[in-house]
Ligand binder design. Sequence first.
Ligand code: NAD
Ligand code: MG
Ligand code: MG
Ligand code: MG
Ligand code: MG
Ligand code: MG
Length: 331
Amino acid sequence: MARMYYDADAQLELLKDKTIAVIGYGSQGHAHALNLRDSGLKVVVGLYAGSRSAERARADGLTVHPVAEAAKIADWIMILLPDEVQRVVYEQEIAPNLQTGNVLSFAHGFNVHFGQIVPPDNVDVVMIAPKGPGHLVRRTYDQGEGVPCLFAVYQNASGQARDLAMAYAKGIGGTRAGILETTFREETETDLFGEQVVLCGGLSALIKAGFETLVSAGYQPELAYFECLHEVKLIVDLIVEGGLAKMRDSISNTAEYGDLTRGPRIITDDTRAEMRKILHEIQTGQFAREFVLENMAGKPGFTAMRRREAEHPIEQVGQELRSMFSWLKRT
Ligand code: NAD
Ligand code: MG
Ligand code: MG
Ligand code: MG
Ligand code: MG
Ligand code: MG
């Protein structure tokens, strides 16, 4: 079993005299900045001039600087910008302001692993990657809990990089839930694989295909929406709480028999072969190259796909149905 580390394994004191610049105030950025501050650490936020996030950060009681200035005054720079803008912001505003002994950190290994950001030798380079969305990182911290994190050391200039990464994970509440050690390569490849094949790509393709099959066979779109999308959350909650066993305990025997006999016909040998192909594209950097070039070209394909997806009938039915769910509005 891989070792999990908890609060007692990490020393927040290592960060006591450090100023931490959180660059970006989006999903992860706001959660890191607020949790670190509430852990008693000195935090500033770095944003570009005119950023809308700046008002929110100030309203939350934080000090906001332009990125270059935040990087300059900080001992620790955590880059929480969208992956596709990190390279340019790093080169123009962060790199010129790095000093010997600084710590440069990330919540995802993409840019370092694929060589988009090449840090100088005189800084520590670490990763603290919460395994959950930013709003959960903040909400669970507020509740006295945390989101599990991965941590990794890419470059250990100070000789203390590993302890420092663990201390940061404690500062955002990660060690309350448990943190697990990895490498930049492993985190990057598994994160991309998970989001492409299972969590985001696989799941949304499965939901849409199920919905389309029912609707083209003449069933009401509203029923198709409930069966193929809405109930996903109820099933996944059970799986996360107690594994596949708890879910199967809770569903009817009819559903369980259908699961065991029909599920394997949906994920076939062809599907598995495609999964291996997708993993290979990640490992060889083919996916990274495609994503980097797409962004450099101004996202033409990305924009077209986003538009087409927004027009899918499941989104229209969903919008109407969700507007009628009073319990969804309350949360
Ligand atoms: P986001 O899109 O939510 O936030 C981006 C922030 O960067 C915003 O505050 C935006 O105003 C700012 N920004 C955008 N362009 C900028 C620029 N040119 N200069 C300065 N600021 C700019 O980003 P995110 O989803 O929180 O992702 C940040 C990092 O965390 C990424 O490396 C991502 O892979 C990683 N990560 C995200 C999640 C998640 O839950 N979203 C989970 C784990 C890891
Ligand atoms: Mg997004
Ligand atoms: Mg992920
Ligand atoms: Mg990811
Ligand atoms: Mg049912
Ligand atoms: Mg049962």
